[in-house]
Design a protein around this ligand. Structure first.
Ligand code: 5GP
Ligand code: MN
Length: 339
């Protein structure tokens, strides 16, 4: 948790900082981009010179966010980004808590002379930042950004653009306000954001109702591949490269697919395995109900992490081997999965 002392120090840092870099995690999602752009507007309005640098590209369903046009992608403009990182006075890292989650940006970030500020709601933060605002009980980094702005006495500077960005991240990270980290405080924040100009219906529409036909067909393929292991209250989906290519896969198309497994009655653990032959990895998403801790599971077996009920990881063996490995691990968790 952030101590009030830290806020005083951050206020002092902000008083002198001009060049500020804002970094979401690799494979930015709604929370990472919402927080980055919400903070970008806030700092810009205060007269700083902020710049959002995303480690890599992100889905089209986030590209309507206000301020999106100024985002630059590290992988596309490495040289330029390195210079910006080098010249930064302050660097905010948002929605992640270990530097490796910044992908190829790790090296320039490590070399930067800037003061780092982390705002994040994942478990087990590492200590690379001078100021760490970490709270694993928070629904989202966007909700934390709202509280952060409040602590900086900036609530009245929340414009409709900022409200829209923050609303989007809270909405996507809470599965539209249904996951267990959604608190009454979350709803209070969301109510205030609507008061301040977030167009809630429009935001839901922009994120969820802009599917392509290809994406729905890919969902059909994914659901056809669904395997249920009743014995362990587990369901998993896999998509290989051929299936992705056949359905004209675009970044973001598989977002949310993993949740279909969890919608089956009695299922406690849902997983999706997605082959990526270009990067030579299998990207894995884990979702769970109640006390089954997928952060621990992903850390222990699949080089990943996240939250208790939502985590990610990866594997460098083949897709069938990865699935086999997964199935062989399950018996170790029998007690937790069936209780
Ligand atoms: P997703 O499955 O949607 O990619 O990620 C679920 C959650 O786990 C997100 O909060 C995400 O930031 C986190 N996450 C995903 N992949 C990784 C990973 O490889 N390492 C860590 N530490 N966290 C991850
Ligand atoms: Mn998040």
């Amino acid at each position: 948790m952030m101590i009030e002392q830290s806020i005083l120090e951050i206020t002092a840092e902000l008083a002198n900082a001009r060049n500020i870099i804002i970094v979401p995690h690799k494979g930015p999602d709604g929370d990472a981009m919402g927080a980055s752009l919400g903070l970008w507007h806030f700092l810009k309005d205060k007269g700083h010179n902020p710049q959002v640098i995303a480690p890599n590209n992100y889905p089209d369903f986030l590209k309507w966010l206000p301020g999106n046009d100024q985002v630059i992608v590290y992988e596309n403009e490495e040289e330029h980004c390195r210079k910006l990182i080098n010249d930064a006075d302050l660097i905010f890292t948002l929605d992640f808590n270990e530097l490796s989650r910044a992908g190829n940006m790790v090296e320039p970030l490590k070399a930067a002379r800037a003061v780092f500020i982390m705002i994040d709601h994942h478990q087990e933060p590492t200590d690379y930042a001078m100021h760490t605002y970490s709270d694993a009980e928070m629904s989202s980094t966007c909700e934390m950004l709202y509280h952060f702005i409040e602590k900086l006495r900036g609530k009245n500077q929340i414009t409709p653009e900022i409200a829209t960005c923050i609303y989007t991240g809270i909405m996507t990270d809470t599965g539209s306000f249904r996951y267990s980290a959604t608190s009454s405080l979350t709803h209070t924040v969301v109510a205030d954001l609507i008061e301040r100009g977030a167009q809630n219906t429009q935001i839901h529409n922009n994120v969820f109702d802009t599917n392509s036909e290809n994406r729905l067909q890919l969902l059909g393929t994914a659901l056809n591949n669904l395997k249920v292991i009743k014995e362990y209250n587990t369901a998993y989906i896999s998509l290989n490269q051929e299936e992705l290519d056949r359905n004209n896969f675009k970044k973001g198309d598989t977002e949310g697919f993993v949740n279909y497994g969890l919608s089956l009655k009695g299922i406690v653990l849902a997983v999706i395995f997605i082959e990526n032959t270009q990067e030579n990895i299998i990207k894995i998403s884990f979702r769970s109900k109640a006390n089954f801790d997928v952060n621990k599971f992903a850390r222990a077996h699949f080089n990943g992490g996240g939250h208790i009920n939502a985590a990610g990881g990866k594997s460098t063996i083949s897709l069938p081997q990865t699935i086999k490995k997964f199935e062989e691990i399950l018996p170790q968790y029998r007690e937790e999965l069936i209780s």
